[in-house]
Design a protein. Structure first.
Lengths: 411, 411
């Protein structure tokens, strides 16, 4: 986890903020599944100001259509999520997504319009409501502020790690909390990474500012992650605020707003980064930091181009300092800068090495480079020497296992 | 090979047209290479009207800088090409590329400005002129109109197949010829595929029309190929016309121009298609045909999006009819159409099957689909039901071997 000043990492994930409970159970949504949790619920004691961002893919999962509708008034109180089936591109997806919301509303005695819904898994197969209905009593019974981890487990598909995090900080003299759970491992590319992410907070904040912060931080975090360049149909990012921390509501972009936004960044950046680390088949987290760009946009485009290159990714799998491929990916990035000023360094816990200066290779020890690249967290440091702007993007290596997972996913 | 009316496929490749000779020898450019041809020469008896297209990558191989300069007057008479080293991003690349041209000019008694040069291989390593110099006498000695295949061999890197083709046709009552050789297997994405392609013809044609035809046909062929999304630093496509067929020079876009353009398409399309088939690690050629688009641009964008998707590519490696991934890739294509009208069929020599209609899955036999997808040439047929425009793109499956090749390439 990358640490920042002014925040403490704490346990509790999506339940760290006041008022939130979660649960996750085995519903058996995918035929034959009797061991993996696949149905999650996050619920709050009060109606929450809420914001969301969804995939830019024209193909949108039915849950997105329903959630968007339910979020029109800016409020929500619970989220129901299944894994094992994306509930997308099937005949009756919207009806099923609505039914999931109705079921949740009925069981929690809430309004259907205050329920959000998410699904992840295979596209184009009918989602059967029966196993969900059957599992619901247990799902509700297990709701607890201790069960973030179970919800986190239930939303995983090919994920190999739980992505769960929370921070504690102070606004207006009150202890505040912000935490989340996230899933995503393949079909991951902005906008956004294929992922579901659920963030909760108890900070009292105006609804428009909540949306604004979510959009800004998402652009710097999830939208800077790529595992395979495939933008999913079901990407959904939800942020709910219970307002129970007791702070005076944040109503303008003041110091308190800044603290809130930074807390949101701390959680979402680390969750997004873990998503890249847990990319399908990945053995390495690749972080590309671009400095010296004339604009932030240029920095972002270059950083994304590098971590998205199949050839760079395959080279790093082999711990091979094939910097020519990195320069190549910088060169085809759709932005304007002078390639002859570009420098590239590689670094990890084992040290740092310059491999390219002024757009050409420099002499370096292949052995030292190999040692640096053998670590499981690699930084590619690019300087465009063309200004003051920076960006960071996160990706992972391309491995045999990626192919294996995706050649066998449906079977 | 895809056949068209009005042309005969013939042997001879880059030497099929009147006036052209070629050769290819083992120079030992890559340390330790004593068995693979790595130096090629194509030369014409007369100065040729010539045109070229180069990579859009900001990082440009030194040979491109030199060739572009030498082509300023629109004429060339010979092309020298090495594999094993890209002569790119090294300290003295341009000087070496110039030296290769000087050497060729001296040996063939031509002007240095009439020599074009190409290189392919690892980026960022110094190219030593000595092995090239040493091999040159043999290279020139072996020049023959029978040796297109040797030149073709000499430009291959990770290629597993020779890509060589020629056609014969009639213009103005004269027998005309157009043929070429091409290499490219990885770091392949438009604009253009990483590839070197050398096309020769004996058709007499005005220089501006030569350029125009090359650009248009390239947009429909090499620019519609993607193996891994990485746009190389060294992509070069050369077209030389000896004008020795004896036809009256083509000076406007008349019927004869159309015949010439179609011949160029026949050769370049088939070479480009073979490039996709020979994608690094590929076991299958994937052809995506998009019909019913409102514009040709939309059709192209959608076709390219489908064949570029890592998830589609991995699914097809496993002969898995995971059409949801295809629809997903159609959905994130950056073009405007109604996803709810889209249909997708899959076909091969084994038959054809509908998998998606009106943007949703339809019932189909998984067994039949598997049989269709087990072939080594797969067609993905997309209809946007939104107009009259079409496009075709070519790609390949994503396999363990792709990762293996690219994780080990430098070592």
């Amino acid at each position: 986890m990358v640490k920042f000043d002014g925040y403490e990492f704490i346990d509790g994930g999506v339940c760290a903020a006041e008022g939130f409970k979660a649960s996750g159970v085995i519903a058996g949504i995918k035929a034959g599944n009797t061991t993996k949790r696949d149905l999650a619920l996050i619920a709050c004691d009060v109606r929450c100001k809420s914001a969301a961002l969804f995939t830019t893919n024209k193909v949108k999962g039915a849950p997105i259509i329903v959630s968007r509708e339910h979020l029109k008034d800016g409020y929500a109180q619970a989220i129901v999520v299944n894994s094992g089936n994306a509930n997308t591109c099937n005949a009756n997806g919207v009806a099923i997504a609505e039914e999931m919301c109705e079921l949740t509303a009925k069981m929690l005695k809430l309004s259907k319009e205050d329920i959000l819904v998410g699904s992840t898994g295979v596209i184009g197969q009918k989602l059967d409501i029966k196993p969900i209905k059957d599992a619901f009593p247990l799902l509700v019974k297990e709701l607890s502020d201790k069960n973030s981890a179970l919800a986190c487990e239930a939303i995983m598909t090919t994920d190999t790690r739980k992505k769960e995090l929370a921070v504690e900080f102070t606004i207006d003299g009150k202890k505040c909390h912000l935490g989340g759970i996230s899933k995503g491992s393949g079909m991951i590319n902005p906008n956004m990474a294929t992922m579901l992410a659920f963030i909760t907070t108890d900070v009292a904040i105006n609804g428009e500012l909540l949306k604004k912060a979510l959009r800004k931080v998402n652009d710097l975090t999830y939208n800077m992650v790529s595992v395979d360049g495939d933008t999913s149909t079901n990407d959904s990012l939800f942020l709910m605020s219970s307002g129970l921390a007791g702070n005076d509501e944040i109503i303008c972009e003041d110091k308190d707003y800044e603290i809130f936004e930074n807390a949101l960044y701390a959680v979402m950046m680390n969750l997004a980064r873990e998503t890249a680390r847990d990319g399908e088949g990945a053995t390495k987290l690749i972080e590309c930091i671009v400095n010296g760009a004339d604009t932030e946009k240029t920095a972002k485009i270059v950083a994304k181009s590098v971590i998205s290159s199949s050839l760079v990714k395959a080279a790093l799998f082999a711990s091979d300092a094939n910097w020519g491929r990195i320069l190549c990916a910088i060169g085809y990035a759709d932005a304007d800068f002078d390639i002859n000023k570009v420098s590239v360094d590689l670094s990890s816990a084992k040290g740092k090495i310059a491999v390219c200066k002024n757009g050409a290779g420099v002499a370096f020890s292949e052995e030292a480079a190999k040692e640096i690249l053998s670590e499981d967290e690699i930084k590619i440091l690019v300087d465009l020497h063309d200004g003051e702007n920076s960006a960071v993007a996160w990706g992972c290596d391309l491995t045999f296992e990626y192919v294996k997972i995706n050649a066998e996913y449906r079977t």
